[in-house]
Design a protein around this ligand. Structure first.
Ligand SMILES: [Fe+2]
Length: 205
């Protein structure tokens, strides 16, 4: 038998948020909607930038300072990110990965978030607050795809680690983490109700 190894792997972390302390999903959802309703600057930014639904990204840079539930959430995420950094075997040289940004996304029916990466950070991720039936998965893309000039496509039932695109369907209360260079998108939300998530970036502090 030949030996075939996997090199240069891309890790994707998935866990229940509650593994590092309980956060009430209902309270988090209610807070996201309340903040969105009050955030007129954010609503205007979304309208002016043709952003589907709502994001607090451009308007509220201090969610954990303003809202205790976000402070609790960040404490919890810190532990998840530390666990992922350990698995990744990063040599952090005595420093920690620290929260850089955290923001709310409310994606209505028909809304999409096109393919992107998260510059200026090390680990990015999302926790899922409201995922109605039919809500979009998150789609990750092989970062080497631009190098595959003459390569055939993979079989439809190829092993997950060999696929060019991987769709993950998180549940409410899940947290996903990945390295910030990993390109991802949220395909069209086919659910009638809004898909609510909280995304964040961690940088090497
Ligand atoms: Fe993203």
């Amino acid at each position: 038998m030949p030996q075939i190894d996997s090199l240069f792997v891309t890790r994707l972390y998935r866990a229940a948020l509650s593994e590092h302390g309980a956060i009430s999903a209902d309270e988090l959802e209610a807070s996201c909607f309340a903040i969105a309703t009050d955030d007129e600057a954010g609503q205007q930014w979304c309208e002016g930038n043709d952003f589907p639904g709502y994001t607090s990204y451009a308007s509220l840079t201090d969610l954990p300072w303003r809202f205790p539930i976000f402070a609790d959430l960040v404490k919890n995420l810190d532990a998840h990110v530390a666990a992922f950094a350990e698995d990744a075997q990063f040599d952090l040289d005595g420093r920690k990965l620290k929260l850089e940004d955290i923001w709310i996304n409310i994606l209505p029916e028909g809304g999409i978030h096109t393919s992107h990466i998260h510059p200026h950070s090390v680990i990015s991720g999302t926790t899922y607050v409201s995922m109605p039936k039919g809500a979009s998965a998150i789609k990750f893309e092989d970062p080497r795809s631009q190098m595959m000039m003459a390569a055939p496509v993979r079989l439809k039932d190829a092993r997950q680690e060999l696929k060019t695109f991987v769709y993950v369907e998180p549940k409410v209360g899940d947290v996903l983490l990945w390295e910030s260079w990993l390109r991802h998108e949220v395909p069209m939300n086919m659910a009638e109700e809004e898909r609510v998530s909280v995304s964040f970036n961690y940088a090497w502090g």
